[in-house]
Design a protein around this ligand. Structure first.
Ligand code: FHN
Length: 455
């Protein structure tokens, strides 16, 4: 929301009214609705955000009585066959992450070069991380923690100019009008689309919408509402379109992902042809092969689990994560990289290490990432391109052995330099697209060459 616009509007209203009347006027703060490009601008420029999957499931970390659940640990309630009562008593009732420090989380995200944070307000298990007046199945009433996590993180983000966003699951394994009564295995609704809860419309109207309202009313500006769980048969495209409009009426400038509706084609995340609500596509655990004309964001884990899962030690290297960021941005997308804090509220050390390494790279090369456009050229063998008006950034993953970097023949080079040392011009053979590079790559992960383009 553009605070200046709002303030000017409020002041002008006071000025107009006070000139004509003596009665003090309560001027309700009006948000000026931006057009779509203005509304999307911060998100398109941000490029890099932190996803945080955190909840009661972070306590067991994917294990129950020695058995490890397959896939994401946040699915333990389903995968390891908890009854609702078992989950309430064995897991939720133990949620007391006394080491949670929102300022530390935000500091690590900011240091890594992330510009927004998306926190799970409620995952499929139905446990709510904020002080909800709609249910007692929240952190204030169902757990010993009794702190409003959404409030603490939203405030910490605001202090550091990190945009606060929340994830919200349409799926709810706990609510009697959602999936709870249908089957012991909550998964069934995904496999057998004939399994629906006839009460679901009541859940949608009297629970889902009021809870989204709480989150959009009580915690300040929300950058993105990131829905999930769109796949269940209970949820309809009519509900999705209604929910999208409903949110925009509460906070007109909030951005909403495409999982608010039913257009998403599986994990590739983009919408099929047709009229579906949602501002951006959501490829999951994958990066599209080429650029895509519409807005999109790839969400990925650092190991294989969204929720904390100590048994999953298959961590992507920092190098891989940095090159993923470059690859995604070169194709016009955003990178939403996940952290699964443990049951005490601490980031796994492997995540902390990778965030720090990404911060070193983004601090040195952020000019070639934030606010750039997708590559105007096909992907080169040696790396990726990003661009700004008049400038092309060559992100070199594979340093040429002969020290000669061949860029796309259409490129008209005026000057070239290492982004990290712009005053040291690199030699360019006149009229050619060959740039002579130092013998050794300054950054073995991705060295950026800044190419000033001739008119
Ligand atoms: O089932 C969820 C999963 O737990 C996780 O939240 C991911 C993140 O996008 N979304 C769903 C799987 O597609």
């Amino acid at each position: 929301m553009n605070k200046v616009t709002t303030l000017l509007l409020a002041l002008s209203l006071i000025a107009i009214v006070s000139c004509n009347e003596k009665v003090p006027v309560e001027v309700e703060e009006q948000t000026v609705a931006l057009d779509d490009d203005e509304r999307m601008a911060w998100w398109r420029n941000a490029k890099f955000g932190m996803f945080i999957h955190w909840g009661a499931y972070s306590i067991p970390g994917g294990e129950r009585n020695g058995e490890v659940c397959g896939g994401g640990a946040e699915w333990i309630m389903d995968k390891l066959d908890y009854t609702i009562e078992d989950y309430e008593n064995e897991v939720v009732a133990k949620f007391n992450p006394v080491q949670f420090d929102a300022d530390k989380w935000v500091a690590m995200a900011k240091d890594a070069g992330m510009k927004y944070i998306v926190l799970t307000s409620k995952h499929h298990d139905g446990f709510c991380l904020w002080n909800s007046k709609i249910t007692d199945y929240d952190v204030m009433d169902a757990s010993p923690f009794k702190r409003d996590i959404i409030k603490e993180l939203a405030e910490a983000c605001k202090k550091e100019d990190i945009v606060f966003c929340f994830y919200h699951s349409i799926v709810d394994w706990h609510h009697p009008q959602a999936q709870a009564p249908l089957y012991p295995n909550y998964n069934a609704g995904q496999k057998d689309q004939t399994i629906v809860n006839p009460e679901f419309p009541k859940y949608f109207e009297n629970y889902l919408k009021p809870q989204v309202t709480e989150l959009l009313t009580n915690y300040g500006d929300i950058g993105v509402v990131w829905f999930d769980g769109d796949w269940i048969a209970d949820y309809t495209t009519e509900m999705g379109k209604e929910l999208y409009s409903y949110i925009r009426e509460i906070q007109p400038n909030t951005i909403i992902n495409n999982r608010v509706d039913k257009g998403r084609m599986g994990m590739e995340g983009m919408d099929r042809e047709g009229n579906f609500a949602g501002d951006f596509g959501t490829p999951e655990q994958e990066i599209p092969a080429t650029g895509i004309d519409s807005d999109w964001e790839s969400c990925m884990t650092m190991n294989g689990s969204w929720g904390y899962k100590p048994s999953d030690t298959k961590w992507k290297s920092s190098e891989r994560l940095i090159q993923n960021l470059v690859d995604i941005v070169s194709k016009g997308g955003n990178f939403l990289l996940n952290i699964g804090p443990d049951g005490q509220g601490l980031f796994p050390p492997e995540s902390v290490e990778r965030l720090a390494a990404m911060g070193v790279w983004t601090r040195a090369n952020g000019e070639a990432i934030y606010g750039v456009k997708a590559s105007p050229y096909d992907r080169p063998e040696w790396g990726r391109y990003t661009s700004k008006p008049g400038v092309l950034y060559a992100h070199v993953f594979d340093w040429p052995e002969d020290g000669k970097l061949e860029v796309n023949p259409e490129v008209k080079i005026k000057t070239a330099s290492l982004l990290v040392s712009p005053s040291d011009q690199l030699e360019v053979e006149p009229g050619s697209t060959t740039i002579s590079l130092p013998e050794v790559a300054p950054d073995t992960v991705a060295t950026v060459i800044r190419i000033e383009l001739a008119e």
